[in-house]
Design a protein around this ligand. Structure first.
Ligand code: SAT
Ligand code: MN
Length: 591
């Protein structure tokens, strides 16, 4: 009997016209075969898809160079195609679904000619989890097939699981000819379908990640009563041995991976990693919020990663198991055949080529590694991986953190005073832009809950959904905002960050367990300095003021910017958001 899955694959093959259709089984043997093909048969702009790295120091690692125009997410080419524009909201690009499909059919006709179509059956979430979803992605490049094998649970069992069902999650991906004018990432939330052409870059091409697990899943969550969030999931073990689970949302390239596997600077504390990018949050029978990580890999920013900033990630990258590790658009040390990037430990190697293969040294004033160069590695290789990682139920969440990169105005940590105030606290977040997407860098943009590029529907409804979830929780987590990125007058970071962030996490955990008090301020609850363990740090008094004080003038300006953003949502914005906004504004005083 022909199944809906087989029919769908045949239809896509008829349109894209590959030479071969190959159904992946996710095995180790297959991964080796595809890497061989990527080293010998497939290429991008004349460069083989994979090149073997030093197998002694970086076992089972391979190097990949993307097309030079294809190095980050392209938000301006990303569309969410609900039948009506209002459902997509001002936070998304929108196209009518029929028009979008027509356009994509034109671009996709024959786009896999001369290539193999890989059929990738995969699960997002543990197969035994009630929250897991069965998915199939088609792609025409081995890099994406191998990346998906690292990032998801890819097995043939998924095909049996789908059986004769039609409601599996569908992804059609082709790199096309990398022409940026024919590059689109189209989402069809009503059909659980993503159609992406023209880019091989992570967030545009690994369709289980941002496209499904956030944009499409957030809309599923709205209809089914759960949340798909851009969040780290981690356990914090205290000196007594008790572990408290928290999640943390930060925009792309703001340190989520470093946070997720932080090595504690405070004795007796230990962090357990569950995820570094995506959390699916469901309300458990006990009325608590429970989190699973639907992914099985890390797709993290390489520059700045070192034994000092993220020792667990460096260990993960060098672990070498039957999952390959990939390095994309880093520089290469041509003496040792190792990947290299700015901020790596040790002196600058003598013989380097940059991410485009040109001879490079730092006197040239350019970057050797593309600023958004990435590693792709299996979570199973992480020494801090939580024993709960594969628990199909997930872990119960006691605190949620919203963060962003703000060199000015925002203090180190603030707590929401109620669920309503906390949703507003998440909604008002802003962050300076990074290299993770193609746009001007280092400008502040509002990025509520770090979901601006990932919420698959109108964000006004998303805030409403957060309020509704709160009403159903019997034991809601406490909610905080953090900012590790304040700078002094010379532009140097004030807060030491990385392993020292445990000091703030400790306060958050203590608050979650009602062990310490907090003081009320116009923007929320802030710590009494005596409750924060700052022992051994030397932070100047004026800088402590920046981290823990309230810049009233700065916040009055901030309020104006927040208002302009909120107004975009018109009448659809929940009234609770405006209530909290005007409460804050009144407390801040001024005009
Ligand atoms: O490109 S990804 O979306 O996968 C990574 C990121 O930007 O967070
Ligand atoms: Mn991310």
């Amino acid at each position: 009997m022909t199944t809906p899955l087989q029919i769908w694959v045949e239809e896509q093959a008829k349109l894209t016209k590959p030479d071969k259709v190959y159904w992946c089984d996710g095995s180790e043997e297959e991964a080796h075969r595809l890497i061989e093909i990527g080293m010998k048969e497939e290429s991008i702009a004349g460069t083989p898809i994979f090149r073997e790295l030093n197998q002694k120091t970086f076992p089972n690692s391979y190097y990949h160079r993307s097309h030079p125009t294809d190095v980050a997410r392209t938000e301006h080419l990303t569309f969410v195609c609900h039948p009506d524009k209002e459902t997509a909201g001002p936070n998304n690009n929108w196209m009518d679904p029929d028009e979008a499909k027509e356009k994509m059919r034109g671009i996709s006709d024959g786009c896999m000619r001369g290539k193999t179509m890989y059929v990738l059956p995969y699960m997002m979430g543990h197969p035994q989890s009630p929250y897991a979803k069965a998915c199939v992605q088609l792609t025409d490049v081995s890099y994406v097939a191998i990346s998906m094998r690292i990032m998801t649970r890819m097995t043939r069992d998924v095909i049996d699981k789908i059986g004769s069902r039609e409601d599996f999650v569908k992804g059609l991906h082709s790199v096309g000819d990398f022409d940026p004018n024919k590059r689109f990432i189209m989402h069809f939330p009503e059909e659980n379908f993503v159609w992406s052409v023209g880019s091989g870059y992570g967030g545009n091409a690994l369709l289980g990640k941002k496209c499904f697990s956030l944009r499409i899943a957030s809309y599923l969550g709205l209809r089914e009563g759960w949340l798909a969030e851009h969040m780290v999931i981690m356990g914090i073990q205290d000196p007594r041995g008790d572990t408290t689970y928290i999640t943390a949302a930060l925009p792309s390239a703001c340190g989520k991976t470093n946070l997720a596997m932080l090595e504690s600077a405070l004795p007796g504390y230990k962090v357990w990693t569950i995820g570094d990018d995506i959390a699916w949050l469901n309300i458990g029978a006990d009325g608590r919020l429970w989190a699973i990580n639907p992914e099985t890999g890390f797709f993290g920013v390489a520059p700045g990663t070192s034994m000092k900033t993220n020792p667990n990630m460096m260990r993960t990258l060098k672990k070498g198991t039957f999952y390959p590790t990939l390095f994309t658009n880093t520089a290469l040390n041509t003496d040792t055949n190792e990947p290299w990037w700015e901020g790596m430990d040790g002196a600058e190697p003598k013989n380097l080529v940059d991410w485009q293969g040109n001879k490079w040294d730092s006197s040239m004033g350019t970057k050797a590694a593309q600023p958004n160069s990435r590693f792709t590695a299996s979570t199973s290789q992480c020494p801090a991986l939580s024993p709960e990682f594969n628990n199909p139920k997930g872990v119960p969440i006691s605190a949620i953190i919203f963060g962003g990169k703000r060199t000015q105005v925002k203090p180190l940590v603030v707590e929401g005073s109620s669920w309503q105030n906390s949703v507003f606290l998440g909604a008002r977040m802003g962050s300076e832009t990074t290299a993770a997407a193609i746009h001007q860098e280092d400008v502040v943009r509002r990025d509520p809950m770090a979901m601006l590029p990932f919420c698959g529907y109108n964000m006004a409804d998303y805030f409403g959904h957060w309020f509704n979830i709160g009403k159903r929780l019997k034991r809601p987590p406490k909610i905080f905002s953090i900012n590790w990125f304040r700078t002094d007058d010379k532009g140097n970071y004030i807060w030491p960050g990385f392993g020292e962030n445990i000091r703030v996490l400790k306060w958050i955990v203590d608050r979650a367990h009602n062990k310490v008090g907090a003081k009320e301020t116009p923007i929320g609850l802030m710590p009494h300095l005596k409750d924060l363990d700052l022992s051994g740090l030397s932070i100047k008094k004026e800088n402590l003021e920046k981290l823990f004080g309230l810049d009233v003038k700065g916040w009055q300006r901030e309020a104006e910017d927040i208002k302009v953003f909120f107004e975009k949502f018109g009448d659809r914005m929940p009234k609770e958001i405006w209530e909290e906004f005007y409460k804050m504004k009144a407390k801040l005083g001024g005009s």
